[in-house]
Design a binder for this molecule. Structure first.
Ligand code: PLP
Length: 260
């Protein structure tokens, strides 16, 4: 199947993704899907209600051709520039690109050209600029409002206490189609501390949705904590390393203050 891709793999690629990356990704994906199904059985949810958003940061564009061959057609990227470069390199494939990381206002003009979703809305300034640029393009954008549920200064997102006043003003930005709330839990081996972040987001969603019915979905859970997130109500889990393998570098450039 993948021979027809005609992609040359370097020895570095083979070391990281195997001889047949599509097979590696399919096997990993199946494992994640089985764990999602098992978690759903435990907590009385339906696996088909959980959306698995593959996170592809640091995975090179030519390798993503194998992910596409393995059946994946939407990718989450943390950084706009990285997403933009990959989108350009893979423009021949029908891929949905979702930006899931912090965005600087001066990058908004690029995002509106190709992104399907944005998961890290956390300021009026960004909402204003997005709405303005989307309007110029004559298009709408699905957005998730990011909340800092861990209280860590290193995490982006609105303070929980700021969320309701933010939500009340979302109708001022009609090009933004609010879909839900997003969070990153605390990086901790203590599952109960992680769980507290997710249950807080769910409680906030229950209040927010009363004001803005679009804000129904919870985007929460990553490779290390998606099962806990599903138990706490996650609708979208953003999973990278469990599908694509460990990243070669630490995540400091994606999360300021990150300590591995
Ligand atoms: C990288 C990233 C993820 C996925 O993390 P993994 O550990 O690779 O599963 C999820 N959300 C955001 C915002 C990310 O940047």
């Amino acid at each position: 199947m993948t021979a027809s891709l005609n992609v040359d793999l370097s020895s570095e690629d083979v070391a990281r993704f195997g001889n047949d990356p599509a097979r590696t990704f399919s096997a990993n994906l199946q494992n994640v899907q089985e764990r999602i199904a098992a978690t759903c059985r435990r907590c009385g949810r339906q696996p088909e209600d959980i959306r698995l958003l593959p996170v592809t940061k640091t995975v090179p564009a030519h390798i993503l051709r194998f992910a596409f061959a393995a059946g994946l057609s939407e990718f989450g990227e943390n950084k706009l520039q990285e997403a933009r470069d990959k989108q350009a390199a893979l423009a021949d494939l029908a891929i949905h690109w979702n930006i899931i990381g912090h965005l600087q206002t001066n990058k908004v003009k690029y995002l509106v050209r190709f992104a399907s979703e944005f998961h890290a809305l956390d300021s009026f300034r960004l909402a204003e600029e997005l709405n303005h640029r989307l309007d110029a393009q004559g298009r709408d954008l699905d957005v998730f409002v990011q909340v800092n549920t861990s209280g860590e200064a290193s995490k982006y997102g609105l303070h929980p206490g700021e969320l309701m006043s933010f939500v009340e003003r979302l109708p001022e930005y009609p090009r933004l189609k609010p879909r839900g709330l997003m969070t990153l839990a605390i990086f901790s081996a203590d599952t109960e501390r992680v769980r507290t972040c997710f249950s807080l987001l769910r409680a906030l969603r229950d209040r927010a949705v009363a004001v803005h019915p679009g804000l129904m979905l919870l985007s929460m859970g990553m490779s290390g904590d998606y099962e806990t997130a599903i138990e706490e109500g996650a609708d979208v889990v953003r999973v990278g390393q469990a599908i694509f393998g460990p990243r070669p570098t630490d995540d400091a450039s994606y999360w300021p203050g990150f300590v591995s």
